[in-house]
Design a protein around this ligand. Sequence first.
Ligand SMILES: [Fe+2]
Ligand SMILES: [Fe+2]
Length: 196
Amino acid sequence: MAEVKPSREEALSLLKRYNKNEALIKHALAVEAVMRYCARKRGLDEQMWGVIGLIHDLDYEQFPAEHCRKTEEILISEGWPADYVRAVLSHGWGICTDVEPQSELEKVLYAVDELTGLVAATALVRPSRSVLDMQAKSVKKKWKDKSFAAGVNRDVITKGVEMLGMELGELIDDVIMGMREVADEIGLKGNVGAPG
Ligand SMILES: [Fe+2]
Ligand SMILES: [Fe+2]
């Protein structure tokens, strides 16, 4: 197959072919939105960044023990371009792959993947249960509380932030901004703007 850039529709239908779990689909949509936001901010390829965010955990529901490797196999068999496959693999650097994030896209994906989880968990314990009225400082407070959302690997996020040469607070801002764009779809609109 020629090196045609996968479309969002193609990525979404592939994601839904392999994933039925609502939480995993919401995670994929959250990472997609944040990737799009970060690409737009840099004047880079929003479509490519979004598609990679959407598909990064493709195999996780059905093949958790082979996470990343199975996605590589599937994407190659679907004729996905090598740079897309590499970027997806790099999110598991040091965990399930040895593909180190190199491009700006890869570094952002690596850094925001876990962070979307912390932002979502923080939103859900707020009175509004929403990302729409949330500030980075709420997330920073929860960042320090290691028992809160303990499954969120803060070391990975720290490594990602260092790779990007950013401050944690700035990246949290970007993640919140990206997630706001799909707040409804990912169940984090809460009661903000609700009638009455
Ligand atoms: Fe993953
Ligand atoms: Fe992920």
